[in-house]
Design a protein around this ligand. Structure first.
Ligand code: ADP
Ligand code: MG
Length: 438
């Protein structure tokens, strides 16, 4: 009937607006490279963090020599995790590793206070520390140390301090903005009577990069695809025009791109994306993230389905489906209807995955690793962490396929690799390399 035709029309129109042909992705990749150059050249990189890349204050990635017991805290999205690792240097590597995941109550994530959030975190950490077994060893008289993975835009002042610029990914706690998050964590730990030193503040991209490098020296960048999305990469210090400080010994600097906030006229933004943005907690911001990451994909689908339900009144059943989208038991759905929904999911997923691939190619371009130079074989590994990449097979396959599609003869030298639990382990490793006892 005409109703189905209307639904198909909405689907086709959506598909066209979401299209990401190779040529468009090349434009997105180029725009990403240009943005990276601009970020590095901006007057004060650290202040520029709200919109562009920032220094991470990490200039010594793990070497493999790290030893001892270290904790990590990972706050950055859906779940909050605490972990401890026993590091045994080049021989034993990470020989003990324990993780506990805690979900953050909605009322703490949004609308609470900085004290409430950090008390929640410190309490969970204190409980976890109390369960430390005999197989973990802290030399007598030593203080426990922790790497804090905090994955929101931060103006980093030193390896162990940084002020929150803004919340993303559904967090909204006004009085925390502008505060040093390490200071807030330390105060909360004091309130619950926990004695742990915060040795490193990193975000998940920098942690994943550090963890990736520990396992594989060819890792040059890290990408997060979970609740949100972001990336970090290793820049040669001499390629940073406005570098004012001492050149790091390694000659390298980790740059946190904050690419979720990337925007470009080449991005395929539809009316559904616009309404999602307007109704979000951070309108006008994180546009690339809102096209790609797990927090938003389902909401884009919901918006298209709502439009179909409204404009084709035959869709009483579809309306039921929209309301009960998370339930597995959807009565009376027809094959036709389910096919439309699957098609919509594929459109949304492939757009997100293909745009992520374009971003990765943008990084490789910036580093001159997107082509083979004089037949030279330099391997480049991109470490990817986050549940969207890990568990959503269609997303992952599409990202990998598109990366190949965009790379010419360099395709064999570039590997996109799953980094399991990279951000937490990386934070613990960075806490080790910045330990007070080193
Ligand atoms: P975070 O980004 O909060 O650190 P994760 O990396 O675990 O946490 O990502 C969690 C998000 O990944 C979820 O909120 C969801 O959006 C997405 N996700 C998890 N599993 C899947 C899946 N199987 N398919 C699609 N998306 C998924
Ligand atoms: Mg994470």
């Amino acid at each position: 009937s005409g109703k189905w035709e209307k639904a198909i029309e909405i689907l086709k129109e959506f598909e066209e607006k979401c299209a990401t042909p190779t040529g468009k992705l090349r434009q997105v990749a180029d725009a990403m490279t240009v943005e990276m150059h601009a970020g590095l050249a901006s007057e004060d990189l650290k202040v520029a963090a709200s919109s562009r890349c920032s220094f991470s204050c990490v200039d010594n990635l793990p070497t493999g020599d790290e030893q001892g017991l270290f904790y990590a805290l990972d706050l950055g999205g859906t779940n909050f995790r605490v972990m401890r690792v026993q590091l045994g240097g080049k021989e034993k590597r990470i020989f003990k590793h324990e993780v506990k995941e805690v979900s953050i109550p909605k009322h703490v994530m949004a609308g609470s206070s900085s004290d409430a959030l950090f008390d929640f975190i410190a309490t969970a950490l204190a409980k976890f520390v109390a369960t430390e077994g005999e197989d973990f060893h802290l030399p007598p008289g030593r203080q426990r140390e922790l790497g804090f993975t905090f994955s929101f835009p931060v103006k980093q002042m030193s390896i162990a301090s940084g002020t929150l610029i803004k919340w993303t990914k559904g967090f909204s706690i006004e009085d925390a903005v502008g505060k040093d998050v390490v200071g807030e964590l330390i105060k909360a730990m004091e309130r619950v009577g926990l004695d742990v030193r915060v040795s490193a503040l990193v975000n998940d991209t920098v942690g994943t990069l550090a963890g990736g490098r520990y396992n594989n020296p060819d890792v040059i960048a890290a990408v997060i695809l979970g609740t949100g999305t972001n990336a970090a990469y290793v820049e040669r210090a001499h390629a940073i025009p406005k570098w004012h400080g001492l050149l790091p010994k390694s000659g390298e600097m980790v740059i946190n791109m904050e690419w979720g906030n990337f925007r470009s006229s080449h991005l395929p933004v539809t009316e559904y994306d616009q309404s999602l943005d307007v109704e979000s907690l951070n309108p006008g911001e994180q546009i690339y993230e809102k096209l790609i990451s797990g927090m938003y994909l389902g909401d884009i689908l919901r918006r298209v389905l709502c439009r179909m339900a409204e404009e084709a009144s035959l869709f009483v059943q579809l309306k039921v489906y929209v309301i009960a989208l998370i339930s597995y038991n959807v009565p009376n759905s027809t094959l036709k209807m389910r096919r439309i929904i699957v098609e919509l999911c594929d459109i949304i997923t492939s757009r997100g995955a293909r745009l992520s691939a374009a971003g990765i190619v943008g990084i490789l371009k910036k580093l001159g690793r997107d082509t083979l130079k004089g037949g030279e074989k330099q391997r480049s590994v991109v470490a990817v962490d986050g549940a969207l990449f890990e568990h959503y097979t269609e997303f992952r396959n599409c990202l990998e396929g598109t990366t190949k599609e965009l790379l010419g003869d360099a395709v064999d030298s570039i590997v996109v690799e799953q980094a399991n639990d990279g951000s937490g382990v990386g934070a613990a490793l960075l806490a080790a390399s910045h330990s007070q006892y080193v």
